[in-house]
Design a protein around this ligand. Structure first.
Ligand code: HEC
Ligand code: HEC
Length: 111
């Protein structure tokens, strides 16, 4: 399930002309990427007050509130915790995001 969602999102990234992940040819069977995401639960949208954040600070800025810090996870009380599958080695202990997740905005556009 997760693999398909990720594939769908990466294909959307290509379709959205970011073009970073060239060569994404594995389309989910029987449905367009967008339909697959909708069917399996789309990633949450960023709240409108997040507009421009990704452009300004990239994944590091997101991490500053949503990520696992030395004192708390998430670092900002009240921020939604990033799922463990977003981390390198699939573990919060790595305190590093999986490079595949770096383009947050691809899967989590601003509402
Ligand atoms: C200054 C702290 C801060 C930063 C920086 C920040 N966020 Fe958030 N984010 C929050 C808080 C607090 C919430 C929850 C409250 C709300 O919905 O407004 C939230 C909510 C969200 C949600 C909605 C989650 C849900 O289940 O509804 C997403 C998605 C999200 N942020 C993604 C991002 C991404 C991607 C970035 C980087 C571009 C980012 N955030 C940067 C504080 C932050
Ligand atoms: C390839 C697509 C993809 C990318 C890139 C991605 N995410 Fe996600 N994200 C998801 C999906 C799908 C979920 C929902 C379920 C899960 O994976 O556990 C999710 C869930 C979340 C949640 C929890 C929202 C909730 O309502 O519980 C947060 C917070 C979040 N992501 C933040 C980020 C941040 C910050 C980045 C960039 C560093 C990022 N994501 C990059 C696909 C992505």
């Amino acid at each position: 399930m997760k693999k398909r969602i990720i594939t769908a999102c990466l294909c959307l990234a290509v379709a959205g002309s970011l073009g970073v992940f060239a060569g994404c040819s594995e389309a989910p069977a029987g449905a367009s990427g967008a339909e697959a995401v909708a069917a399996e639960g789309a990633p949450a949208l960023q709240p409108t007050d997040h507009a421009g954040k990704f452009e300004r600070g990239g994944a590091n800025m997101c991490y500053g509130c949503h990520g696992n810090g030395s004192l708390a996870n998430p670092q900002l009380k009240g921020a939604v915790i990033i799922p463990e599958d977003h981390y390198a080695d699939g573990s919060y202990d790595s305190k590093e995001l999986d490079p595949l997740r770096a383009e947050c905005i691809t899967c989590h556009p601003v509402a």
